[in-house]
Design a binder for this molecule. Structure first.
Ligand code: DOR
Ligand code: ZN
Length: 345
């Protein structure tokens, strides 16, 4: 197959940042995706409905003229989140979920949840109102090896949480391990997972290829090949509770090429094209549409998009740098050949 058309896809996990950074990235997502679920981990986290509505207005204002891209907002869960804030969500159709970061787990997560018991009342309310909980599934305990943090989170936090809140709808975000794949696959219909391009394309060797490679560093960190294979297997299987969430997370080049480089990979520039390449290599291009355009909408209970995109099998070179606010960033696969290309209408 040299060309494929599919229903316009959605990105169910996206970091857009704010201000000039937002303006430099949002067009990339809008070119490929009809909608995106926008993460709330700004420097001042988006913890309230009013903040989420204001952030949404800034996103829409930063869009290229004529774009109909929809920003679906999330609230940042903290020990201080009030149940009343959750009750307000039902009147705000563009705020679709609540994001749970264990405190300190990643970029701007220091104000997040210290221990899950602190948010039981909020989870109860979410359960009652059927608001999905989006989970960054890693423990932060310094005694746990960084490559084990997802597995241990599932055992110690997620499994008990699901036993307590049996109706709560949960998306385990950016899964990276065989254990996560198995857990979600065997889980109830209320549990789903997103998968990023980087965890499908690379294993942890990419971080250390002839030297330390900060542009391959993200959280959860890349894992062993056996885990990447498990992600590819579940993709091949066409399981309906796994869907596209790029976790595109731009950082200025200097903030990554640093003695303490930030976590995050910018894939929004060509995310759908990377996923197409992955499905193509698996010989499963016919399943790209379900993963990218159906499964997520179905899980969230949203209408599927109308309209189509077309991708063509044609080589092009990813730029080596992209503008980012008043500086630059290095995109996913910078300077390398991408084999699929989104055709503009
Ligand atoms: O690599 C990551 N970057 N993982 C996250 O969970 C957050 C993200 C960011 O916001 O930079
Ligand atoms: Zn993320």
């Amino acid at each position: 197959m040299d060309s494929i058309s599919l229903t316009r896809p959605d990105d169910f996990h996206l970091h857009l940042r704010d201000g000039a950074a937002l303006a430099s990235v949002v067009g990339d997502s809008a070119r490929q995706f009809a909608r995106a679920v926008v993460m709330p981990n700004l420097k001042v986290p988006v913890t309230t409905v009013d903040q989420a509505e204001a952030y949404r207005r800034r996103i829409l204002a930063a869009l290229p003229a004529g774009s109909d891209f929809q920003a679906l907002m999330t609230l940042y869960l903290s020990d201080n989140t009030a149940t009343g804030e959750i009750s307000r969500l039902v009147e705000h159709e563009h705020i679709v979920a609540v994001k749970y970061y264990p405190a300190g787990a990643t970029t701007n997560a220091e104000h997040a949840v210290s221990t899950v018991e602190k948010v039981y009342a909020v989870l109860e309310k979410m359960s009652e109102l059927s608001v999905p909980l989006l989970v960054h599934g890693e423990v932060t305990d310094a005694g746990i090896d960084i490559f084990d943090r997802e597995r241990v989170f599932i055992e110690r936090v997620l499994a008990p949480l699901m036993q307590r809140f049996t109706q709560l709808r949960i998306v385990l975000e950016h899964i990276t391990t065989k254990e996560a794949v198995d857990f979600v696959r065997q889980g109830p219909d209320t549990l789903a997972a997103t998968i990023t391009p980087q965890h499908l394309v690379y294993n942890r060797n990419a971080l250390f290829q002839s030297g330390i490679r900060p542009h391959y560093y993200c959280l959860p960190v890349l894992k062993r090949e056996v885990h990447r294979q498990a992600l590819l297997d579940v993709l091949s299987s066409g399981h309906a509770r796994f869907f596209l969430g790029s976790d595109s997370a731009p950082h200025a080049r200097g903030d990554k090429e640093s003695a303490c480089g930030c976590a995050g990979i910018y894939s929004a520039h060509n995310a759908i094209e990377i996923y197409a390449g992955v499905f193509d290599e698996l010989g499963k291009l016919d399943q790209l549409e379900a993963f990218a355009s159906h499964n997520g909408a179905d899980f969230y209970g949203m209408a599927r998009n109308t309209g189509q995109i077309t991708l063509q099998k044609t080589d092009w070179t990813v730029p080596t740098t992209l503008p980012f606010a008043d500086t630059e960033m290095i995109p996913f696969n910078a300077g390398e050949i991408c084999h699929w290309k989104l055709m503009t209408l």
